[in-house]
Design a protein around this ligand. Structure first.
Ligand SMILES: C[S@@+](CC[C@H](N)C(=O)[O-])C[C@H]1O[C@@H](n2cnc3c(N)ncnc32)[C@H](O)[C@@H]1O
Length: 437
């Protein structure tokens, strides 16, 4: 099947059924010839990345709105518009392939429509571009609720955040220091024909010049290297582990940070918890590949009574479920799938997880709270609530050259040093009488 038709089918599930690209793309890719996989990925990510803009464009180009049941035709027209508006696909190929895809989707009536819409987009480019510029949602390709929150939280930085969210992310790797150092791995990459540069502030981070299929990375199956953004690689050092400490990774799956903590210090006793037993299998597989070991528990961080053995932890990492507004460049469907009302609900969950886990931290212990969100309601405000509720909780300022200091934690905005957006706050427990713990 034509790759535009496959993309349209995959996108119907995201746009019409609310499924994520992460769920929909892998099966679609496995049914696609390897030479077309890059284009399929590009089309699906690109349509999600630019959807508010492409939809505004389509609305202007259609003489009458499409019937609300014509999901596949709408998705295909968006795929076509993405190609002519944002990709350097030659015009005749973009138009003729999209027209052919309409027939393959068994919508022959839409072939003429696709031809007319795409040719009109090309012909009226300047006039349409001016109209899109005047509409903030279309211009930024962000839904208005998110734009409003970014403007409120980051009055000076929101244009840079929007630009970073719409850019393609770098391909970042974490070199496993137990096996080899970053420079040695860089040489292996170079021998395999892949150029990479070291990233600042994260000792094991390399940024590849161009994406590579993970299975083709030297030593991947042997555990030499993992795929992880440089911002996420800041967590393990911030946890300040030593041999013999009891560590809880409370929201562990798929295990990116679990693996890194153990690579930094295999001598800790690490418990990796996640509510989702299926995702916990990914932690197991990752640790096996890295030749590391942890105690894995499928359980709810909000309900320690169900799984905790009563022995306190010296370190707790809470990499909380969040809006993922810091990683939109990697998961552009977040812009379509999230709603404004999700944010207070997520903040409530984050506060509840911290409140439930705080009693599990040993006095003198350290809790690291992390999110890949840029929204204050999920970040500093969650930590402020913990500090207000617990007299024995003290925020420890994170002195670092990366990100920006907030009242309690440190925020990296997406695109800062080409990193994902991340928030980190460190809180220690003081051995004083506490209210309620
Ligand atoms: C941001 S992801 C964690 C990413 C992971 N730390 C890594 O570095 O690969 C958040 C995880 O929290 C889990 N989660 C959500 N609510 C939870 C809860 N109440 N208790 C335990 N895990 C939870 C989700 O299943 C998800 O796997």
């Amino acid at each position: 099947m034509n790759v535009r038709a496959i993309a349209a089918r995959a996108l119907v599930q995201v746009l019409g059924e609310g499924r994520s690209l992460a769920a929909v793309l892998p099966p679609a890719l496995s049914r696609t010839e390897s030479r077309n996989r890059g284009l399929l990925q590009e089309l699906c990510h690109g349509v999600c990345r630019w959807l508010p803009q492409l939809q505004a464009l389509l609305d202007r180009l259609l003489a009458r709105p499409l019937a609300s049941t014509e999901h596949a035709v709408r998705a295909l027209l968006l795929v076509g518009l993405y190609q002519v508006w944002h990709l350097r696909v030659p015009e005749h190929a973009a138009v003729s392939e999209t027209v052919a895809a309409a027939r393959q989707l068994r919508k022959p009536w839409a072939a003429g429509l696709a031809n007319a819409v795409l040719r009109a987009a090309l012909r009226r480019r300047e006039e349409l571009a001016a109209a899109l510029k005047a509409d903030p949602e279309a211009d930024t390709a962000h839904p208005s609720w998110l734009l409003e929150r970014l403007r409120r939280d980051w009055p000076d930085d929101w244009p840079a955040i929007v630009a970073a969210n719409n850019a393609r992310p770098p391909f970042a790797l974490r070199v496993n220091a137990r096996f080899l150092d970053r420079e040695a791995y860089r040489r292996h990459l170079a021998e395999a024909g892949h150029n990479a540069a070291p990233a600042p502030d994260a000792a094991g981070a390399l940024i590849l010049e161009a994406p590579v299929e993970v299975a083709l990375l030297p030593g991947f199956n042997e555990g030499w290297v993992s795929v992880q953004d440089a911002a996420a690689q800041l967590a393990a050092p911030l946890l300040q582990v030593r041999p013999g400490l009891r560590v809880l990774d409370a929201c562990a799956a798929p295990g990116g940070k679990t693996g890194h903590v153990l690579e930094c210090e295999p001598g800790v006793a690490l418990t990796a918890l996640d509510r989702d037993a299926g995702r916990l299998d990914q932690v197991r597989a990752n640790l096996r590949r890295l030749k590391l070991d942890a105690r894995l528990i499928a359980g709810d961080a909000e309900r320690p009574a169900d799984w905790w053995d009563g022995v306190p932890f010296d370190r707790i990492l809470v990499d909380a479920p969040c809006s993922a507004t810091g990683v939109i460049r990697r998961h552009p469907d977040i812009k379509l799938l999230r709603r404004d009302s999700d944010i207070p609900a997520l903040a409530e969950r984050q506060r509840a997880i911290l409140a439930a886990l705080w009693p599990l931290l040993r006095p003198g212990g350290r809790l690291l709270y992390a999110t890949c969100s840029v929204l204050r309601q999920e970040n500093d405000e969650v930590i402020a609530a913990l500090l207000a509720a617990r007299a024995d909780a003290r925020a420890q300022p994170i002195a670092a050259g990366w990100g920006r200091a907030l009242a309690h934690g440190r925020q990296i905005l997406p695109g800062d040093a080409d990193r994902d957006g991340f928030y980190y706050a460190a809180v220690t427990k003081h051995p004083v009488a506490s209210r309620g713990s």
